[in-house]
Design a binder for this molecule. Structure first.
Ligand SMILES: [Zn+2]
Length: 287
C-alpha cells in the first residue's frame, strides 16, 4: 500500500491539493468505517504526503456527519506521523481579520454526542490533552506563513461548535466574554483522535468572517465564507508547501508516545477482539 509521512486535511473550499506529484487515489477501509473520501497520496516538496478532503470532494458531509475515527485511522494506516489541518473559521477578535491565519493553541468543546475516541470495548485509555496541538507542526506553520507573506497569529482558543447553523449573537458574545478567539465545527475531534493515534496535529485556521458579533460586519453567510476561501486557496497551497518543506524529518515532540502512560486497563483483561481491532494503535504497548 502507498505510504506517506505527512497528512493534510482540506476543509471547506479545499477539496484537492495542488502540486502533489505522482498522486494516486487510495481508498481505505478501517475498523471504524469509511473515511470521507479517497486519500490523494504522492510527493510534495520531496516529502510523501496524503491529502484528504474532510467533507468529501464536492462537500457532501456536514460536520456532525463526519467519520472522524475513520479519517484519522486512515492516515495512521498510511504511516502518517503528522497532520496539518486546514480549516475555515469565524473570528471572535477584532484583530484576527478575514483573510488572515490563526494557529490555535487551545480548544473549547461545544459539540454534543460526537464520538471522539478509538477506545472502549474493554480498553480504557485517557490521553493527556492539556496541550492539544503539536508545537513542532505549529512552528512549521508559523514560519511557512511568514515565508508566504501571509499574516498569521500564533496562539488562540478554537471553540468547536456542533453546527451546522452558525452561532446566534448571544452565543458569539458569550464566547467573546470567555476570551475565545476563533470558532469552527470540526477540529477538536480530529485533534483528540490524532493524539490517541500518536500523530502530531496542528491547525491552520483561515479567518473568513467575524461570526455575527461584529456591529460593523454583516452576520456570516456561506457566500461570504466561500468567497474568502476562494481568494485564500492560493495562499494556503503556498503555506502548505513551505510547511511541508520546513518540517524536520525526525520527531522530537511527545506526540509519538502519547499512549505510553495512558492505558489504564489490566493488559490481561483486554478482550482479544479489542486487541485485534486496535492493534495498529496500541499493539506495541500490549506485548
Ligand atoms: Zn508532535
Amino acid at each position: 500500500m502507498a505510504q506517506a509521512e505527512i497528512g493534510i486535511i482540506g476543509g471547506s473550499g479545499i477539496y484537492n491539493m495542488q502540486g502533489i506529484q505522482r498522486a494516486k487515489d487510495v481508498r481505505l477501509a478501517t475498523p471504524f468505517g469509511r473515511p470521507s473520501d479517497a486519500y490523494q497520496v504522492g510527493e510534495l516538496e520531496g516529502r510523501r504526503v496524503a491529502f484528504l478532503a474532510r467533507h468529501g470532494r464536492g462537500h457532501l458531509l456536514l460536520p456532525s456527519e463526519l467519520n472522524f475515527r475513520a479519517n484519522i485511522y486512515g492516515f495512521k494506516k498510511l504511516g502518517v506521523e503528522r497532520i496539518i489541518s486546514l480549516s475555515a473559521v469565524g473570528s471572535l477578535r477584532e484583530e484576527f481579520k478575514p483573510m488572515e491565519m490563526v494557529i490555535p493553541d487551545q480548544f473549547f468543546d461545544r459539540t454534543h454526542h460526537r464520538v471522539s475516541t478509538f477506545f472502549g470495548g474493554g480498553i480504557a485509555v485517557h490521553i493527556s490533552f492539556a496541550d492539544p496541538f503539536c508545537p513542532t507542526v505549529q512552528s512549521a506553520l508559523e514560519k511557512a506563513c511568514a515565508s508566504a507573506g501571509v499574516t498569521a497569529h500564533r496562539g488562540g482558543t478554537y471553540v468547536c461548535m456542533e453546527g451546522p447553523a452558525f452561532s446566534t449573537k448571544a452565543e458569539s458574545r458569550l464566547y467573546r466574554s470567555w476570551e475565545m478567539d476563533v470558532i469552527g465545527m470540526t477540529n477538536l475531534q480530529e485533534a483528540k483522535l490524532a493524539r490517541e493515534a500518536e500523530i502530531c496535529y496542528a491547525t491552520l485556521a483561515m479567518v473568513t468572517d467575524y461570526d455575527c458579533w461584529h456591529p460593523a460586519h454583516d452576520a456570516v453567510t456561506v457566500d461570504q465564507v466561500y468567497e474568502c476561501l476562494q481568494r485564500n486557496a492560493e495562499n494556503s497551497a503556498e503555506i502548505i508547501r513551505h510547511a511541508v518543506r520546513g518540517l524536520p524529518k525526525e520527531r522530537a515532540c511527545k506526540c509519538g508516545s502519547a499512549l505510553a502512560h495512558a492505558i489504564l486497563t489490566d493488559r490481561k483483561k483486554i478482550p482479544a477482539a479489542t486487541k485485534k481491532k486496535l492493534s495498529l494503535l496500541v499493539g506495541k504497548y500490549l506485548k
